[in-house]
Design a protein around this ligand. Structure first.
Ligand SMILES: NC(=O)c1ccc[n+]([C@@H]2O[C@H](COP(=O)([O-])OP(=O)(O)OC[C@H]3O[C@@H](n4cnc5c(N)ncnc54)[C@H](OP(=O)(O)O)[C@@H]3O)[C@@H](O)[C@H]2O)c1
Length: 251
């Protein structure tokens, strides 16, 4: 349950080694004692993420989660949810291969869509059912500005995030009145492991900027979180731009 200030006791990070998710967890852990569950593939990164949170005073549990093996991932998450009441869950797993590699390798494209979209649907449905039964909870889905209007330069990744965005927007409406809230977070370019080596887009932000926006929205929010906020009017413009103009601008 969230406390009177809107802070959780238990936090689940699906894609627990994500830099953005790690910043959210660290920001929350600095505020109050927190139990964090890192659902992630076993790796030294997962151990390092757990150590950082333990160092901040959080109790940390790890659960194996590979988004390309959805039946197994669901089984492990189901058993976690049967023993632990989750207050806030962040759905953060994602992959951003080069667009040219995706265009040349349909198997890579399908795997990317499985991680970014299909697994996110499976996890969202599981979390929604569990949180509806417990009567409370906040699901934070990491969408992207790329979801608003997929571009020539990244339409495979963009389409997977558009699917995730549409799914969690619908889930939010379905859960209205249940005590469960859904935040659809749309960051622009974030300086993280995912974008290392890429040229930053305008309005680029840091994982901490995303974490601050999420932590501010968790207590009462039930809508869309734009990071930075200035991206919202810009993307409304992008969404309504005629196709030829959109292609010429080359966003
Ligand atoms: N960075 C950006 O510019 C940006 C902008 C908007 C939205 N987002 C979204 O924000 C989320 C987090 O991204 P980030 O910037 O924090 O990047 P990140 O640090 O690279 O995090 C990506 C996460 O996805 C996990 N992942 C990848 N493949 C997986 C698989 N098969 N099974 C389970 N987990 C898998 C990674 O785990 P491993 O450690 O096991 O690889 C890692 O935890 C993503 O959904 C991304 O699409 C990012």
């Amino acid at each position: 349950m969230l406390n009177s200030l809107g802070h959780p006791d238990t936090l689940l990070l699906v894609g627990g080694t994500s830099e953005i998710a790690a910043s959210i967890a660290a920001t929350m852990a600095r505020r109050r004692p927190l139990h964090v569950v890192l659902a992630a593939r076993p790796s030294s990164r997962r151990s390092a993420a757990a150590n950082v949170l333990t160092g901040l005073g959080a109790s940390v549990e790890v659960v194996d989660f590979d988004a390309t093996d959805i039946p197994r991932a669901l089984e492990d998450l189901r058993s976690l949810l049967a023993r632990t009441e989750i207050d806030v869950a962040v759905v953060a797993q994602g992959r951003l291969p080069r667009q040219s590699d995706l265009e040349n390798d349909p198997v890579l494209a399908v795997e990317t869509c499985t991680i970014n979209y299909t697994a996110a649907v499976a996890v969202g449905l599981l979390l929604a059912r569990q949180m509806r039964e417990q009567g409370h909870g906040v699901i934070v889905a990491l969408s992207s500005l790329a979801a608003i209007r997929p571009r020539r330069a990244n339409f495979v990744y963009g389409s997977s995030k558009a699917g995730l965005d549409a799914f969690y927007t619908g889930l939010r409406d379905q859960l209205r009145g249940s005590g469960v809230r859904v935040l659809v977070v749309r960051p622009g370019f974030v300086h993280s492991r995912m974008t290392r080596g890429l040229k930053p887009a305008p309005l680029a932000v840091t994982p901490q900027d995303v974490a601050d926006a999420v932590v501010a929205a968790v207590p009462t929010g039930n809508g869309t979180v734009w990071v930075p906020r200035a991206a919202r009017p810009l993307m409304l413009l992008v969404r309504t731009m005629p196709g030829p103009v959109f292609r010429r601008v080359g966003l």
